[in-house]
Design a protein around this ligand. Structure first.
Ligand SMILES: *[C@@H]1O[C@H](CO)[C@@H](O)[C@H](O)[C@H]1NC(C)=O
Ligand SMILES: *[C@@H]1O[C@H](CO)[C@@H](O)[C@H](O)[C@H]1NC(C)=O
Ligand SMILES: *[C@@H]1O[C@H](CO)[C@@H](O)[C@H](O)[C@H]1NC(C)=O
Length: 341
């Protein structure tokens, strides 16, 4: 009997110990507050797997410059408040299709400098994602991923897909469709088959196109001039594409009607979202104002009620003084009544 208990005790101690060892073996991240957010700084800590023992309430995880090969949905789902995830410079190859499916709060995802050739299309549906960095993943399937997930729902403002194409393996330009919030697009050192103005029409608020050393063909050589003209006209900062044809040979302001429509749709969508945001803000403002007014009214009501009560109280005391003589009055009345009889 005693031996059994001892045995159980040893077994228990051993299993606890084993679990502890796992976490003790795992590299330690530095937990700090950055911009008021709980941050796990795991930069260059020799992680080979996604951390299993990290506090699950962190909002920022920096796992750049490690040796992680794989991430799973369970790895990501443990972190309910995750907003920023940096996984640049790891050994990621394939990312399973559902990994980020429930990362509703994720605003920034950095997967640069890996060997990813399949990016999960669900990334383009994440409701909070504003910044997506995919640079230096050669032959990553951005074009396919976008085709599958179109239209893109994520409110993306920054995309970096620089150095994702191979000199020996040109790619189509990713057709983002309408991205009304996109401000920065980095396509540095890429190789594209065919560029047309259409690709930029749905990026109607683009501020900066970083296109150094982009090698591209134009099926219609005049598209080169059209794109340069369009981007300049919309005050986008970029390096003008070098065109193989003389400018004077092109009528470069004749954009296709359907392309211009895409631009207008993008502008309209942007305006509509701004409008609904404004309405939301105004409603919240009105709501807050109403609550304050109601609270004030309640306070004033009770304040006046108390004041009135005090006055009433005072006046009842005074009345009581008068009331002392009331029996006389009644008697007086009674007397007068008697007389009237
Ligand atoms: C070329 O790139 C595509 C994706 O852009 C990829 O699927 C394909 O495997 C690449 N081909 C070679 C030979 O690397
Ligand atoms: C654009 O990408 C290139 C190549 O990856 C990089 O060197 C550069 O810093 C990026 N530019 C910006 C503004 O992000
Ligand atoms: C463009 O390529 C040239 C030659 O390969 C290189 O010298 C230059 O630094 C590159 N520029 C950028 C911005 O990447």
């Amino acid at each position: 009997m005693k031996l059994e208990i001892l045995w159980l005790f040893i077994l228990h101690a051993f299993s606890c110990h084993a679990a502890d060892v796992d976490c003790r073996r795992e590299p330690k991240c530095v937990i700090a507050r950055v911009h008021k957010m709980k941050t796990a700084n795991c930069y260059d800590k020799q992680f080979k797997n996604f951390p299993k023992c990290l506090n699950t309430d962190v909002e920022i995880i920096d796992l750049s410059f490690n040796r992680i090969r794989k991430i799973t949905k369970a790895d990501i789902d443990r972190f309910k408040y995750l907003k920023f995830l940096y996984l640049a410079d790891n050994l990621l190859t394939n990312i399973e299709i559902d990994v980020f499916e429930d990362a509703d709060d994720l605003t920034t995802l950095d997967l640069s400098l890996n060997a990813i050739n399949r990016v999960p299309p669900v990334i383009f549906q994440l409701p909070s994602l504003t910044s997506l960095y995919l640079s230096q993943n050669l032959n990553i399937n951005i074009v396919d991923a976008i085709e599958v997930s179109k239209p893109i729902v994520s409110p993306l403002t920054q995309i970096d897909i620089s150095q994702t194409t191979d000199e020996d393996n040109y790619s189509d330009f990713p057709n983002f469709g309408i991205l009304p919030f996109l401000l920065f697009l980095n396509i540095t050192r890429n190789f594209y088959f065919n560029l047309t103005p259409r690709f930029f029409m749905g990026l109607c608020n683009l501020q900066k196109l970083i296109n150094d050393n982009v090698t591209t063909d134009f099926e219609d050589p005049c598209d080169c001039w059209r794109i340069n003209y369009w981007l300049k006209d919309k005050h986008v900062k970029f390096s003008p594409f070098r065109c193989a044809i003389v400018e004077s040979q092109c009528k470069y302001t004749d954009f296709k009607e359907e392309d211009l429509q895409l631009y207008n749709q993008c502008k309209e969508k942007h305006a509509a979202i701004q409008r609904s945001n404004l309405i939301l803000k105004i409603s919240i403002g009105i709501g807050v104002a109403l609550i304050i007014i109601i609270i004030l009214i309640v306070i004033i009501y009770f304040w006046r009620k108390r004041k009135n009560n005090r006055i009433k109280h005072n006046s009842t005391i005074k009345k009581h003084g008068v009331d002392d003589s009331s029996p006389l009055n009644v008697q007086g009345k009674a007397v007068s009544n008697e007389y009237s009889l």
